[in-house]
Each structure stands twice: as C-alpha cells, then as structure tokens.
Design a protein around this ligand. Structure first.
Ligand SMILES: [Zn+2]
Length: 435
C-alpha cells in the first residue's frame, strides 16, 4: 500500500466514509405485525346456491385453525328445492276383495323419491293400506259409493261397489251347476285365484262340567297350533284351494258336543271354528254342516285325530260331503251336489280328503293334474265337476265364509252411537255329519 492509499484507508476507518467497508446501519425498529386471530370454529364465512345442482345450498365455515369446511343443505327451497305430490288411480273401483289402487308419486325437483307415510293419509270410505313404496290399496268395508283418499294436501276420488255374485235361479247357478241353496254368493269368474283368509278359532278340549271358555292357550300351544295350521295351508295350496287359515283364537274350553261349540262361538270373532281333542263316541270327528253363511255364525266342527281329520271336518262344516260312492255315510255335496264331495281313487292310489279312502290327503280339483299335486305322474286330472271337485266347492264359498267375521267392517263412530242388538231368530236346523 502506498502512502496515499494508506492515508485514505486510515481516514475512512477514522471517519467511516469512502472506503470499502460496509457501513453499519443503525437498527430499524419494525413494529410486529398485528396478530390476526383465527375466526372461531363454526363461524359462517360465506354461503350460496349450488350452480350445478338446484336445490342445494352450501355453507363455508371456519374450522378455528385457519382452515375451512363446508356443509350442504340438500333441501333448500331458497335455492330451488321443491317437492311434488301426485296421486293417480291404477284401479278406480273397488270392493271388499278388490282394492282401489292409488299410485303415489312424491318427488323433488331433482326427480328423487321423497319419503312419505300413512300418518298423513286418510280415506272417507274403506280401509287404506300402504303396500309398497308408491302404492296404497283401499279395501271396501261394506259401504258402497264415492270416496275420497287424502294424502297431505292432495286428494283423489274413487268408488266402492258391491261384490259381483253368481246368481242362482231354479236351483242352477250362473255357471250352470246345480246349487242346493239359493244364496247368491260372491263370484269373480272361473279364473279368479284370489286367496282369501279364513280367521280360525281352535278350542282345545278341557274336561269340565260347564260349557265355557277357560283361558287363552299357552305360548307353546300357540307354537304347536301355528305349525299345524301351516300344514292345513300347505294342503290347500297344493290342492289349488284359494283359502289360507289364520289362527286368531286358541283357547282352552269345556265342551262335548256341536251345540256346545255353537254356544261358545258367540264369544269368538272368527270365520270358522274347530273344537279339538274330543268327538262323539267312536268317531274321529263330527261337523255341523253350514250351507248359508251369515255374519257372526262361524261354522263349527269337532276333531280329535290328525290334520286330515281337521280338514275333513272343516270341509263338512262349509258344505262338503263324503261322496255317493263312499265306504259309509254316502252323500253328495250339501251345496253343490254334482261335485262338492269326496271320491276314492282319483289319482290312482289317492283319494279326496272328504272320502274314507286311506290316501286322503288332498282336495280334488278339475283344473289340476295329479302330477301337480303328487310327485307321481299318472297322466290323470285331479278331479272333475262331474264327480268330485271339492277344491272348487271350497273356492266358491270362500268369500262368504271370509265375511262371517269381517275384520275390516265399517263401524259407526260417534257420540250418538246407539248399540243395536241383533235379534236372532231360532237357528236353522242344521245337518250334523259324523266322521
Ligand atoms: Zn265325514
């Protein structure tokens, strides 16, 4: 370093100017940035309507840690959400066995199904029942005329009419078959396969002096009888009988005769009655044959053997007979004399349930082949209207019997209700069949 340079360096060191040394800046005091507090969790930051999906409103919230989260209201009327309820009729006219069918269409603006319930429904006539997501059935309750079904604020009109009947004239019914009674019974045509329910009471025989109902059956008895009634129904199903029993009363009672059962039946709201566990001496069962079916008078029979005896006696009680070629107590149908009775050797080795044959485990049926009922194919039909078709006879009386106790019957409600006692004349002398 020459002298000059040395001097300058000294000067710059001494005075802090003009040399290559970084000057030391005085410290600048920067005030700290104001601390921005995060909005509390759940603070609504923004909201708006979805542009793509009408009816949806979104909400943007603070999560309290500097982030956000969103929520959606899928049912925002403000953003265009709306619901439309439409009622239409699939079947406009009904009766006690053919329902009026109402189609319920309840959708929102996106075309999605909306939930609804029968709590918001009412009908001015009949009995309304929801059968699936969008269908309501309205069954007649015995009153006929115009009715209105209401759901929410929508309503629709329908009609109830009397059931069609098969009229009888000069002992011949609408199908040309002989009928021994002149009761025009409900009839929907030959192809009608509608299955009706017969409400059944079983009284279990209990020893005692008076004729009375003692108590309800135990749980295990209900279990056992429930299974037994399922077996009845299986026989009917296999034989093409469009009736299913529903066990609604199972009681212990003291009785020993058919008149005893007729006394007890007034306490039972059922279509048909079976007393089980006793019968007349030397028999497996006895029945009182009913050929006119009247409300409140369930046909009654006694049985003490197997399920086929039960079905045999139940069959007698609604007009079936043994058949003209039976081994004993020969008789033709009490209502339909041409076919309302049993027969032997129908499907080769098999016999109708109403006959005395040993293989009597089915009801004859002209519309079935033996192979429909039994595993063995005999190529034969399982009955004929010319000699035996007990399934058809049962099917023909099924609606009348189902109405002996009409569970859906219209009952007058109101403060001015006056109880009217039904005055009953002397009972028609019935036919008793034994075994
Ligand atoms: Zn018999």
């Amino acid at each position: 370093m020459d002298f000059l340079s040395s001097l300058l360096f000294s000067l710059c060191v001494a005075y802090g100017i003009g040399c290559n040394v970084e000057p030391v800046a005085p410290p600048v005091v920067v005030p700290p940035p104001p601390v921005e507090e995060d909005p509390e969790y759940g603070t609504l930051l923004r909201d708006g309507c979805s542009k793509e999906y009408p009816g949806i409103k979104w909400f943007l919230y603070a999560d309290g840690e500097g982030g956000t989260y969103t929520e959606k209201d899928r049912y925002s009327t403000e953003c265009g959400y709306s619901k439309t309820l439409t009622l239409s009729l699939e079947q406009e006219v009904g009766d006690r066995f053919t329902p009026v069918m109402v189609d319920v269409n309840y959708v929102n603006n996106r075309g999605e199904d909306e939930p609804w319930g029968m709590a918001d429904a009412s009908t001015s006539l009949g009995y309304a029942e929801r059968v699936d997501r969008d269908t309501v059935f309205i069954w007649g309750d015995g009153l006929v005329g115009g009715g209105v079904f209401t759901l929410g604020r929508e309503e629709i009109q329908f009609r109830m009419k009397p059931e069609p009947t098969c009229d009888v004239s000069n002992g011949i019914d609408c199908q040309g078959y002989r009928q021994r009674t002149n009761e025009s019974m409900i009839y929907y045509g030959e192809d009608d396969g509608f299955v009706v329910t017969w409400e059944l009471a079983v009284l279990i025989y209990t020893r005692g002096d008076n004729v009375e109902i003692i108590s309800d059956a135990t749980e295990s008895q209900w279990q056992k009888w429930g299974e037994r009634v399922e077996q009845y129904n299986l026989v009917y199903e296999q034989s093409g009988v469009h009736i299913r029993y529903k066990l609604v009363e199972l009681k212990l009672a003291t009785f020993s005769s058919l008149p005893d059962l007729q006394k007890l039946r007034r306490h039972l709201d059922v279509d048909i009655l079976l007393g089980h566990g006793t019968s007349y001496s030397g028999t497996c069962g006895v029945a009182r044959v009913t050929t006119f079916f009247r409300e409140g008078y369930p046909p009654a029979s006694l049985s003490k053997c197997d399920i086929y005896t039960d079905l045999h006696e139940l069959g007698h009680s609604v007009g079936l007979a043994h058949g003209p070629e039976n081994q004993a107590y020969e008789a033709v149908g009490y209502i339909f004399p041409e076919f309302g009775h049993g027969w032997n050797d129908i499907c080769g080795a098999y016999d109708d349930l109403m006959s005395y044959g040993y293989e009597d485990k089915f009801h004859s049926n002209e519309t079935l082949y033996c192979s429909d009922i039994f595993s063995r194919d005999t190529g034969q039909v399982a009955g004929s209207r010319q000699w035996s078709d007990t399934a058809y006879s049962l099917n023909r009386v099924r609606y009348e019997v189902a109405l002996i106790h009409d569970e859906n019957k219209y009952e007058e409600q109101g403060e001015d209700e006056v109880l009217q006692y039904i005055i009953v004349g002397p009972e028609r002398i019935g036919i008793e069949v034994i075994d």
